[in-house]
Ligand binder design. Structure first.
Ligand SMILES: Cc1ncc(C[n+]2csc(CCOP(=O)(O)OP(=O)(O)O)c2C)c(N)n1
Ligand SMILES: [Mg+2]
Length: 361
């Protein structure tokens, strides 16, 4: 079984005649969101190295997977991102400031620092909170999609995960359940070559992820994850398939993790610089910029202004996040129980009496 990689946009920014027609308003918004995602990621790594934040995960080199797929969906569709889908948040309107508060886990963070950095989510934006255990969102998204089907809602659920997640039992459980129940779910796998230090050659014996769809009796597609047009087109097609009641779709987006897995990782220990250099030439943002430039929709002046504007916004968001207090100690025991148990209230009183623990003061 040969799974070709669907691709329309060349690295030089030339578009094939089979490419979908995407309005320039969407392309220009997407370019802006891609640049926000890239510039925020770069600054977060610097902040972590300076000791200002504890940790960060970046999506450098993979941004188009999140942004093009989000652009192809409707706002009412439910999103289940992993930690490399910051672009989904920015596409849906999460502000740089909101993102920064989450990275700092301060009192303005929507979840009051109860999660790690990059574990974003927003009820208002229909994006379910990221959680660390890999693959656990796959059955959740399947269940959510099945509920939509039962309620006859004209919406879909999309679940994002890396190729490493496909080795988890949750992948099988979720995709199989959705397939059997014909739930309107899009399973979007970013195949970025690595699960921390484990390369794909040690992840599965199959020819990647897309062929696994055959075993579940659903359509599977392999797409160039660095090509905005291809990702957009395939996700639109998958959505249509779901809404026609035909069940879920599995998408494997071929991309590359340009940076380290996280700020706690050193990729030089397990991969060659040459590999990274080769992928630099396939940068998804550069490719879209070249296309926009060839169309007369973009130029160096606009690029410079955009970078300046976003960089300034990031700087003021960092300053504000730094100035914002940490969450109140009470948040340690709130919002978990309907009625807070006496024992926990007692423990909180004790912490407050001794001035809070060193890490909370
Ligand atoms: C169940 C589980 N096992 C292990 C980990 C540790 N861990 C965090 S990220 C990661 C790699 C995930 O790789 P992949 O799914 O390919 O996503 P990527 O980071 O490449 O985007 C691992 C093993 C975890 N968070 N959860
Ligand atoms: Mg991976």
């Amino acid at each position: 079984m040969d799974f070709e990689t669907i691709s329309y946009l060349s690295c030089e920014g030339k578009l094939s005649s089979h490419a979908p027609d995407i309005p320039s308003t969407i392309l220009l918004k997407a370019y802006r969101v891609l640049m926000i995602t890239r510039l925020v990621d770069e600054r977060m790594i610097t902040l972590q190295r300076q000791g200002t934040i504890s940790f960060s995960l970046s999506s450098v080199g993979e941004e188009v997977c999140a942004v093009a797929s989000a652009a192809a969906l409707e706002f009412a569709d439910w999103m289940y991102p992993q930690y490399r889908e910051a672009g989904v948040m920015f596409w849906r309107g999460f502000t740089i400031q909101e993102f920064l508060h989450q990275m700092f886990g301060n009192a303005e963070d929507l979840i009051l620092g109860r999660q790690m950095p990059n574990h974003f989510g927003s009820r208002a934006l229909n994006v379910v909170q990221v959680s660390s255990p890999i693959g656990t969102k796959i059955p959740h998204a399947a269940g959510c999609a099945y509920a939509m089907k039962l309620q006859k809602e004209p919406t879909v659920a999309i679940c994002y995960f890396g190729e490493g997640a496909t080795s988890e039992g949750d992948f099988h459980v979720g995709v199989n359940f959705a397939a059997v129940r014909k739930a309107p779910a899009i399973f979007f796998c970013r195949n970025n070559g690595y699960a921390i230090s484990t390369p794909v050659s040690r992840q599965f014996a199959s020819d990647g992820v897309a062929p696994k769809a055959i075993g579940y009796g659903i359509p599977g597609f392999r797409v160039d994850g660095n090509d905005f047009f291809a990702v957009y087109a395939i996700v639109k097609k998958a959505r249509q398939h779901c809404l026609e009641g035909k069940g879920p779709v599995l998408i494997e987006a071929m991309t590359y993790r340009m940076g380290a897995h996280s700020t706690s990782d050193d990729p030089s220990l397990y991969r060659l610089d040459q590999e990274v250099e080769t992928w630099k030439t396939k940068c998804p943002i550069l490719r879209l910029r070249r296309y926009l430039t060839l169309q007369g929709l973009w130029n160096d002046k606009k690029e410079k202004e955009l970078i300046e504007e976003i960089s300034n916004e990031i700087s003021s968001a960092i300053a504000k996040a730094k100035d914002t207090a940490l969450p109140d100690l009470t948040s340690l025991i709130e919002h978990v129980y309907f009625e807070v148990p006496e024992e926990l209230k007692k423990q909180l009183r004790e912490i407050k009496e001794c001035g809070g623990s060193p890490c909370l003061s």
